[in-house]
Design a protein. Structure first.
Length: 264
């Protein structure tokens, strides 16, 4: 069932969204070669709790961590284990915040070491350029999708622009995973795929709150699940990317409740 949020509820979600975005920024800012995924997860949990909120993911369907962290071929739901970060790794940070009865959800993917990483063993300037280009396309797709989150548009308008943007650069959108509504529940209706037809699907209405996700791959969109039962990666071992914002449909257009403008 789709729930329309009141202005007061959206304000609460905006506050929770700021907490989520700040936690994400701090985790990404601290990520560097030599750290483990487990250390990053612990940091995220500390930041969320210190801000007066609770990690949405911890305890959800038996999940034991505050974040989902994926490297390189990882796409979603990555377990924060003892894997050590290396310069040049693609790191996807996905976290949620539960604040005053409402959830927010946010994801971002970066290159560990940033734009200055090059000439490392097994990592060249060409590798870096390819990875940065891959991520730039994901951000572009997310921004375009958010731009379609307007009263009167349809879910297909959001989905189709994600697919068009990603595929026009030679990459693929994932078919088996979707964005979703969000609010009192972490996952609510409607489902928002990364592919679809413009003008199709459910009408978007003022007061809807949506987790818009761009889930895509460098190669084939076929996926595999790791032995841990959670981590989903690309079947062909090529790169996966994930960008997500929590958005509400406002009377004057989309309003991003998780602000990541200063993350590159």
């Amino acid at each position: 069932m789709i729930t329309i949020k009141t202005d007061e509820e959206i304000e609460i979600m905006a506050t929770g969204g700021k907490i989520a975005a700040q936690a994400l920024r701090e985790v990404i800012g601290e990520a560097h070669a030599g750290m483990t995924l487990r250390q990053l997860d612990r940091l995220a949990g500390q930041k969320i709790l210190a801000a007066g909120a609770v990690p949405s993911f911890k305890g959800f369907e038996g999940y034991k961590f505050s974040t989902c962290l994926n490297l390189n071929e990882g796409v979603v739901h990555g377990i924060p284990n003892g894997r050590i970060l290396k310069n040049g790794d693609l790191l996807s940070v996905d976290l949620g915040v539960y604040y005053r009865g409402f959830h927010s959800d946010i994801s971002w993917t970066v290159v560990v070491g940033g734009k200055t990483v090059a000439n490392e063993s097994e990592f060249s300037k060409e590798d870096l350029s390819k990875r940065l280009s891959f991520l730039a396309v994901g951000r572009e797709a997310l921004n375009s999708a958010i731009g379609q989150c307007k009263v009167g548009n349809r879910v297909g308008d959001v989905s189709s622009v994600i697919q068009q943007t990603i595929e026009s650069h030679g990459y693929n959108v994932v078919r088996d995973l979707v964005g979703h509504g969000i609010g009192r529940e972490l996952h609510e209706d409607p489902a928002i795929p990364c592919f679809g037809n413009k003008g199709s699907g459910l009408h978007l209405k003022e007061g809807m709150t949506l987790a818009i996700e761009v889930i895509y791959t460098e190669g084939s969109f076929n996926l595999a699940v790791e032995k841990d039962g959670w981590t989903i990666r690309t079947l062909d071992g090529k790169l996966g990317g994930l960008f997500e914002q929590t958005v509400t449909i406002g009377s004057g257009g989309p309003i991003v409740l998780t602000n990541t403008l200063d993350i590159c």
